[in-house]
Ligand binder design. Structure first.
Ligand code: URA
Length: 262
């Protein structure tokens, strides 16, 4: 029989980590302004329009346009982080605990981009700190790198609730930010970790099994071409350890490329 502790652990894993009331609350009604009772009869010719009140933004192409403008206006990584922290056009930020911007050294010649933060990353506000992150650290160590010599970010900077797959519009809204982050960090080589990151940044629908291991190019808005190696995601490697040797090959390719570029 499932114990209460098991049930709570299941909820926590699914992203349900806040105790709420027993009955649902309609927050639209709760957020609506209350008006004092009028002391005089209102003039029907002169009724003011209802006041606007803050409500969650519906993610749409308009938010993606706004994200592009905000990302383009940022001239440094610090400005970009501030722009993202104040951006309200992505609904994922409503359920996330923290913005997960980046970890590592922004001056590094190597940048890695994952998909989206998980539970541990959301709590710490840093990418790849959970189990996949520990494996990523070991892979990086195998090519003589650590977080002082690599810069790490995600396509989506807010944890999707319960680790669900981000929707296509959520990805389009977040895309300008990660693209600008790559442009501002200006690494010599980029690694895309897993299918969602590889497909988003390389604008392809190819399977990761076909994509991985072959050099591609990420082109920034200003036209800088960055050699990019798509590879398998560490979370996938944890589930499929037999494929670690493929990722190992990809990282050795990257090591050789970086040695040739310097
Ligand atoms: N998986 C990702 O893609 N990114 C993280 O930061 C953690 C796990």
């Amino acid at each position: 029989m499932t114990s209460l502790a098991d049930l709570l652990a299941f909820y926590a894993e699914a992203g349900v980590d806040e105790p709420l009331e027993e009955l649902p609350v309609d927050r639209f009604v709760a957020a609506a302004p209350t008006r004092p009772a009028p002391t005089v009869e209102p003039d029907p010719q002169n009724v003011p329009p209802p006041r606007a009140y803050a409500a969650p933004v519906v993610p749409d192409e308009g938010q993606a346009v706004l994200a592009r403008e905000r990302a383009a206006a940022a001239n440094t990584l610090d400005e970009l982080k501030l722009a993202m922290a104040s951006f309200e056009g992505c609904n994922l930020r409503l359920t996330a605990k923290n913005l997960v911007f980046a970890d590592g050294n922004p001056e590094a010649d190597l940048m890695l981009v994952g998909e989206a933060p998980g539970r541990d990353e959301d709590i710490e506000g840093l990418p790849f700190v959970g189990r996949s992150g520990q494996l990523l650290n070991r892979i990086l160590a195998a090519i003589g790198r650590d977080r002082t010599s690599a810069y790490i970010a995600n396509v989506i900077p807010w944890r999707p609730p319960g680790n669900r797959t981000p929707t296509p519009i959520e990805t389009e809204i977040c895309r300008p930010f990660i693209e600008r982050q790559i442009e501002l960090a200006n690494p010599k080589v980029l690694i895309t970790l897993g299918a969602p990151s590889s497909r988003t940044l390389l604008r392809t629908t190819e399977a990761i099994t076909r994509l991985r291991g072959g050099w591609r190019t990420f082109t920034t808005q200003s036209g800088v071409e960055i050699p990019t190696m798509p590879t398998l995601h560490p979370a996938y490697l944890l589930r499929t350890p037999a494929h670690k040797k493929l990722a190992w090959r990809d990282f050795l390719e990257v090591k050789a490329k970086l040695a040739n570029l310097t």
